[in-house]
Design a protein around this ligand. Structure first.
Ligand SMILES: Cc1cc2nc3c(=O)[nH]c(=O)nc-3n(C[C@H](O)[C@H](O)[C@H](O)COP(=O)(O)OP(=O)(O)OC[C@H]3O[C@@H](n4cnc5c(N)ncnc54)[C@H](O)[C@@H]3O)c2cc1C
Length: 339
């Protein structure tokens, strides 16, 4: 029997409603997301979501992946956030140019969620390199920092993007574990704290040559591609989805649909349209969470209430995965700058 996209989205909705949402308030107070949440996603095949079926994944395209992210995020943003980082690892492992030795070793286990990934994209930040990879012996030496890395202690492999020789980006796959030269500093977060997000400092961390997944010219435009920016918008849509379900039918239902369409349309229109759409999604998340708090009333400020959790998570979605264009569009929408 073939599994359709609709089946996968329905499975994601079931997981969100039956497993993630019932645990969301407990997770909100934890230092780390329980492994059972990730095991449930793995059992549904979701760790291999974007990988072609013939390579062991579910073969979801971007539209289907976004639909799954939205459903899961409506259940538990923190769990969905950590799981989403794996997408970078599994897509790198599945990429044509990735050495067979890495693919053969890890693609299967990564699709099954037996091996779970985190990402450290410090080398992609604009401006002077903040994370460098230099050739060292038969391998590489990493120096600098990755200011935000989510899922530390919850993942097995770390995909690092660092600035290499000749203004290149070198992608390396490290064990996500303590090692000589690596300083790990935990961030305490007001939302999604159970995502176990850390700052990583690299001081001469040595990586064997066979852990190099790829090397390409550094092109800042890559990080502005609408298809790269679309999926994080679904985290905001998922939060709105939960709010409108709790609020009951109303005008925000139509706003959610319009926002989703704006994000999808921006895939063909370009970066400026995507920046506007991402800003619109983040702003809608803030308003939907605020509306829920108002509807619930004074009780919403109690720490056991979803409303206050969703308000804090909406704040996180204002800043996570941002770009200057998104930030400016948001500041304009929020009335902080003219335009
Ligand atoms: C709780 C939390 C967890 C995060 N987890 C991760 C993680 O696991 N791995 C990870 O790599 N990042 C992670 N990030 C970073 C995130 O992807 C963005 O870099 C960050 O949200 C942008 O914040 P900022 O606007 O303050 O810019 P800064 O972080 O100060 O970055 C400076 C500039 O770089 C731009 N920028 C940021 N990221 C990129 C990029 N990838 N490519 C191109 N330009 C970029 C920003 O728009 C900004 O203009 C996390 C952020 C938060 C808040």
């Amino acid at each position: 029997m073939t599994t359709t996209v609709r089946d996968v989205v329905a499975v994601a909705r079931g997981l969100a409603d039956d497993v993630l949402f019932p645990g969301a308030m407990r997770v909100d107070g934890l230092d780390a997301i329980p492994a059972a949440h990730f095991d449930a996603l793995a059992a549904a095949g979701l760790y291999g979501a974007p990988v072609p079926a013939e390579a062991g994944g579910l073969g979801l395209d971007l539209a289907a992946s976004c639909a799954v992210v939205e459903e899961l995020a409506s259940g538990c943003l923190a769990t969905t956030f950590v799981w989403m980082q794996h997408r970078g690892l599994v897509m790198t492992l599945a990429a044509e140019g990735t050495p067979a030795v890495l693919r053969d070793r890890w693609l299967g286990p990564a699709c099954r969620g037996q091996v779970r990934g985190a990402i450290a994209l410090g080398g992609l930040l604009p401006g002077p390199p903040r994370l460098r990879a230099r050739p060292s012996g038969d391998g590489w030496r990493l120096d600098g920092e990755a200011p935000w890395v989510t899922g530390w202690g919850l993942t097995d492999l770390l995909l690092v993007a660092a600035r290499g020789p000749g203004d290149s980006i070198v992608s390396l796959i490290l064990d996500a574990a303590a090692q000589p030269g690596l300083a790990v500093t935990r961030e305490r977060l007001a939302a999604v704290n159970a995502s176990a997000t850390v700052r990583l400092g690299f001081d001469g961390v040595l990586v064997p040559g066979e852990r190099r997944a790829g090397q390409a010219p550094f092109d800042p435009a890559e990080s502005m591609r609408p298809d790269r920016l679309r999926i994080n918008g679904s985290l905001a849509l998922g939060l709105v989805l939960r709010c409108v379900r709790m609020l009951g039918p109303g005008p925000l239902d139509d706003e959610l649909a319009a926002c989703r369409k704006q994000l999808d349309d921006a895939l063909v229109t370009g970066f400026d349209a995507m920046a506007q759409a991402r800003a619109a999604a983040s702003e809608l998340a803030v308003r939907a969470a605020a509306a829920l708090a108002v509807q619930v009333g004074s009780r919403s400020v109690s720490v056991d209430q979803h409303a206050q959790r969703l308000v804090r998570e909406a704040m996180f979605l204002l800043v996570f995965g941002s770009r200057p264009g998104i930030k400016n569009a948001l500041l304009r929408r929020l009335g902080a700058i003219e335009g």
